[in-house]
Design a protein around this ligand. Structure first.
Ligand SMILES: O=C(O)CCC(=O)C(=O)O
Ligand SMILES: [Fe+2]
Length: 503
């Protein structure tokens, strides 16, 4: 799973350049080795006497026998030692050490499937991916063979709409004359019956006819065409009409079950109204005349009213972010979620990211950031958890969850629940990667250096159902965040007063 973190993908780029370097060195060593072998052969040949006419006489002369045996021993032990110095072994060792980093077939299919999953979430057509790009980011192109591969992976994973679209894209490019291993005939042989299977009869007939034009001897295609035409006729007879528009056997419902939060990820259904917008303010705060903030007030912005979600701008500086990233990179492991029943941690599709925990005393920057969170929120972070750093690669996401829910929480009795979340954005994200709240219809964009803050628990200590939230898949770019979860214990006199009983 290289793609769970951009950092690992970056490593892969360096791995390849290291491999190229050792391959080049290996060839140079082999060339020197061959030179030595040739010189050795020259020497061996130069002192070689033709096979004597009378072998027996030659051997029975004590002097020639002595010279022959001595020369033989001497020369061939030199050959043996030169030949044993082959650099191949050394190179093979280096190579097999790196082989573990070389992607497997599953990795390649996995990253293609990741692309298709993103397309599903953000509802983007292959043509948009290839030509439009996203926002201000153009993504580049895929060759016909690459488009074909993505299509077949989509098909194997039952993502038929995108399988169809990517296969069509491959066909289009091959027809345009683009160089490819895959041929038009091969594409049509798969695509035509596939098109029939997803219910597009007219197009299946058209594609099969094209296949037969390319290869009139294709018996299978001829057979299929006959079958499709037979179906077409019986539909026409049944319906007594000729409109090809009605020719589809069924309109495939190809969209997967709609997830509410995915619409928010696409920027649809955001429940922000002008009236609501007017009620949200931006102000400078000193955290209630906190001496550390009086001369450097923090810019505080309302992101949502009910429940209150506040954004603190420039809470952490670029250099603090760099330090936090640097501290966590060696510790990043696949983020786990805890099983609500057993309390055991496990890796799951619902959270695709790498994460690490940073302790207060790890670096002055960590304690400085902790202190600033305490200052701006007015809460006591002594009872907070360590800083959790998370890195999402392409497709990285976290499906809807509550932060307050912790299974088998060993610290619960001592610390109380996770009363509040401070989520620090350590990067902007090119496309995707918003934090969305499906129950209330809020979507928060990552803004580098800012943090968003909300209470997970109501004043009465119960979980606030409105705080269900998710991290949208990253479509393009790299997303880094830090979480500071604040526990309930110790906040009794610090939490600002509620305006209503349900807060
Ligand atoms: O990355 C995000 O936007 C949200 C992360 C989150 O909800 C979490 O880590 O609990
Ligand atoms: Fe969360």
């Amino acid at each position: 799973e290289f793609y769970t973190s951009i950092d690992q993908m970056t490593q892969l780029i360096f791995t390849e350049s290291d491999l190229i370097e050792s391959f080049r060195n290996y060839i140079a060593a082999e060339e020197m080795y061959i030179e030595r072998l040739k010189r050795c052969l020259d020497i061996v040949e130069s002192s070689y006497d033709e096979i004597p006419e009378d072998v027996e006489k030659y051997i029975s002369n004590p002097l020639t026998a002595y010279k022959f045996v001595r020369r033989l021993k001497h020369k061939w032990s030199v050959v043996e030692s030169v030949a044993s110095q082959s650099p191949a072994e050394e190179f093979n060792k280096v190579f097999s050490e790196n082989a573990q980093y070389i992607p497997s077939d599953e990795d390649v299919d996995g990253i293609a499937l990741g692309l298709v999953r993103l397309q599903e979430t953000y509802r983007v057509h292959p043509q948009t991916v290839l030509r439009g790009g996203f926002g201000d980011m153009t993504l580049g192109t895929l060759s016909p063979d690459e488009a074909w591969h993505v299509g077949t992976v989509a098909q194997q994973n039952h993502k038929f709409l995108y399988a169809f679209l990517w296969m069509q894209e491959a066909l289009r490019q091959v027809e345009e004359g683009r160089e490819a291993m895959i041929t038009q005939k091969e594409i049509l042989t798969t695509l035509a019956p596939f098109t029939f299977n997803i219910g597009d009869l007219p197009r299946a007939i058209e594609l099969t006819e094209r296949l037969l034009t390319l290869d009139p001897s294709d018996m299978m295609a001829a057979h299929h065409l006959q079958f499709y035409k037979h179906i077409k006729e019986s539909i026409q007879q049944d319906k007594g009409q000729t409109s090809t528009a009605d020719m589809n056997i069924f309109i495939p419902s190809l969209a997967k079950d709609i997830k509410a939060y995915e619409a928010l990820c696409r920027g649809e259904d955001v429940q922000m109204t002008p009236g609501r917008q007017r009620a949200l303010f931006c102000r400078y705060s000193t955290g209630g005349r906190n001496p550390r903030l009086i001369y450097a007030p923090i810019k505080e912005e309302d992101e949502w009213d009910q429940p209150q979600i506040t954004r603190y701008h420039n809470l952490v500086s670029d250099s603090e972010i760099e330090t936090i990233k640097k501290l966590s990179i060696p510790k990043l492991t696949r983020a786990q979620v805890s099983d609500p029943v057993t309390g055991r941690n496990f890796s799951a599709e619902l959270r695709i990211a790498k994460s690490a925990w940073l302790a207060e005393n790890e670096d002055p920057v960590v304690s400085r950031v902790n202190q600033r969170i305490a200052d701006v929120t007015g809460l006591d972070t002594k009872m907070a958890e360590m800083l959790q750093v998370a890195n999402y690669g392409i497709g990285g996401q976290y499906e809807p969850h509550y932060d307050s829910k912790l299974a088998n929480d060993a610290e619960f009795h001592k610390l109380g629940g996770r009363i509040a979340t401070t989520l620090i954005y350590m990067t902007d994200v090119n496309v995707g990667g918003a934090t969305v709240f499906p129950s209330i219809g809020a979507a928060l964009q990552p803004i580098k250096g800012s943090a968003v803050f909300w209470y997970n628990l109501l004043q009465n200590g119960e979980e606030d159902g409105r705080t269900l939230h998710a991290a949208c898949p990253v479509m393009a770019g790299n997303k880094w965040v830090s979480n500071k979860w604040i526990r309930a214990r110790g906040q009794e006199f610090r939490r600002r007063c509620a305006l209503s009983a349900s807060e």
